[in-house]
Design a protein around this ligand. Structure first.
Ligand code: SAM
Ligand code: SF4
Length: 463
């Protein structure tokens, strides 16, 4: 039998830029296109359809897309000279923010699709095939999640993302998210339970709930009332097979008491929290429209640590926001030292078109931003090392996810989200195993599987 046009498998390559929500969206796009005959390929050169899933959060992120499109153009031309057609789509936040501009600047692009239209991808791709460029960046009234297929694809990893909330109503003055992802929207609990159950059936043990402002989650519960993120976490913790729950990214203002309490009494909620504070000076926090002070952040951390003393904290920080002085910056550094973060992500302020801060006059010179970032990153690195060093000599449960770089090695994650490497059989992938931590390296912890752990009994059927 020869392949007819309908039975031919088409190849799809998705290149993901930016945040975890884009990783999730890329997976959902692949799932949406599977019924149209598309199978994923790691090799862009093999792909009949290339999707760039883009990020607009900082200038550099957006620039990367245009330089990648240059490479895609060459690849498309090479394939065309071999008689192969290639469709190119740009998705994600750059697509949403600059759709028409992309069409104008890069005629290699056949389709521009915003994050709210991914469920329409098979139709849009078909439409783009016969047209000279299709732009789909509306915020459609229907819920894309009602139309995306179930998550039944075979999974390589025992951990997965689930988007529970999208968009943001906070309007921090530096941020494009409210413009690219739209208003806050929470998915109903029943939909999330269903999605998590199918992931658990596919072998997933750890779920990270995603949202631009995830702790503002207030989805409709099965009782018709609004459920909080705490309510949702407790419900998902009941699903057989799900052993670990995480969520990101949270806003300090939405860190409600019931959510703090979950960290104290639901063991499946991991002792790790990413809680951006952005700046240590109240003057800057006000100019950023963050809606909290440094003291309120400190006090909040105190309450979270009272509920879960071993919690590992992570944060985002911006240096060089317009008007930031050396003294303001020192307050940021002092707060980082005081809190002691296990991990922190720091960025030079980048003016984003359309955001209120981009038109402020007192922009900080590039050199000063660079120097502040260097100083801050040294402090962050010290804190990270201190946190990881404190784990040496302790025994921690590790969810093993993949083969390690060296033969005979497997790699996974601690409850505090560090990568952990250990000697061990591949049969332990997908298992949570006690590991004695023996060393802390620059990128990961090393350990040995706890001698009291009878992994043979756990992973092999009894004979
Ligand atoms: N919703 C999260 C919050 O409220 O903290 C942040 C989400 S944003 C995708 C991730 C991080 O990017 C932010 O926390 C901020 O530190 C950084 N970021 C956002 N806009 C930025 C800008 N214009 N310049 C530099 N960093 C920025
Ligand atoms: Fe952006 Fe986060 Fe502020 Fe929302 S809360 S505007 S996503 S930084």
């Amino acid at each position: 039998m020869t392949d007819g046009p309908t039975s031919k498998t088409l190849k799809l390559h998705v290149k993901t830029f930016g945040c975890q929500m884009n990783v999730y969206d890329s997976e959902r796009m692949a799932e949406a296109l599977a019924p149209a005959g598309y199978a994923l390929t790691e090799e862009m050169d093999d792909a009949d359809l290339v999707i760039l899933n883009t990020c607009h959060i900082r200038e550099k992120a957006a620039e990367k897309v245009y330089s990648e499109l240059g490479r895609v153009r060459q690849m498309k031309e090479t394939r065309a000279s071999g008689g192969k057609e290639t469709m190119v789509a740009v998705a994600g936040c750059v697509a949403q923010a600059e759709g028409a501009e992309i069409m104008r600047r890069a005629n290699v692009v056949d389709l521009v699709v915003g994050p709210q239209s991914y469920h329409q991808l098979p139709d849009l791709v078909a439409k783009a095939r016969g047209a000279s460029g299709v732009l789909a960046t509306d915020f459609p009234t229907e819920d894309k999640f009602d139309h995306l297929p179930a998550r039944t694809m075979k999974r390589a990893l025992p951990s997965a993302f689930v988007t529970v909330q999208e968009g943001c109503d906070k309007f921090c003055t530096f941020c494009v998210v409210p413009y690219t992802r739209g208003a806050e929207f929470s998915r109903p609990v029943s939909q999330l339970v269903q999605e998590t159950e199918s992931l658990a059936q596919g072998g997933v043990r750890e779920i990270t709930l995603l949202g631009q402002n995830v702790n503002a989650y207030h989805g409709e519960g099965p009782d018709g009332k609004d459920w909080s993120l705490a309510d949702l976490l407790r419900r998902l913790a009941e699903i057989p097979g799900i052993e670990r729950l995480r969520y990101t990214t949270s806003h300090p203002r939405d860190m409600a008491d019931d959510l703090i309490a979950v960290h104290g009494d639901e063991p499946k909620v991991m002792p790790y929290l990413h809680l951006p504070f952005q700046a240590g000076a109240d003057r800057m926090l006000k100019a950023m429209n963050r809606k909290h002070t440094a003291e309120e952040y400190r006090e909040l951390i105190g309450r979270i640590r009272a509920a879960r003393p071993d919690i590992a904290l992570s944060t985002d920080i911006i240096v060089g926001f317009p008007g930031e002085t050396d003294a303001d910056f020192e307050e940021t550094v002092a707060l980082v030292r005081e809190i002691g973060f296990a991990q922190a992500f720091s960025f030079k302020y980048s003016a984003r078109p359309g955001t209120p801060a981009s038109t402020l006059e007192d922009q900080v010179p590039e050199e000063a931003k660079k120097e502040r970032l260097r100083v801050l990153q040294d402090v962050i690195e010290d804190e990270r090392k201190r946190f990881e060093q404190a784990l040496v000599g302790r025994t921690v449960p590790v969810l093993f996810e993949r083969k390690g770089r060296k033969p005979g090695q497997i790699a996974g994650r601690s409850p505090y989200l560090q990568a952990v490497h250990s000697e061990g059989p591949e049969s332990l992938l997908g298992e949570i195993v006690e590991v004695d931590i023996t060393a802390a390296g620059p990128n990961s912890l090393t350990g040995v599987i706890n001698s009291g752990f009878a992994w043979d009994d756990r992973v092999q059927p009894a004979v």
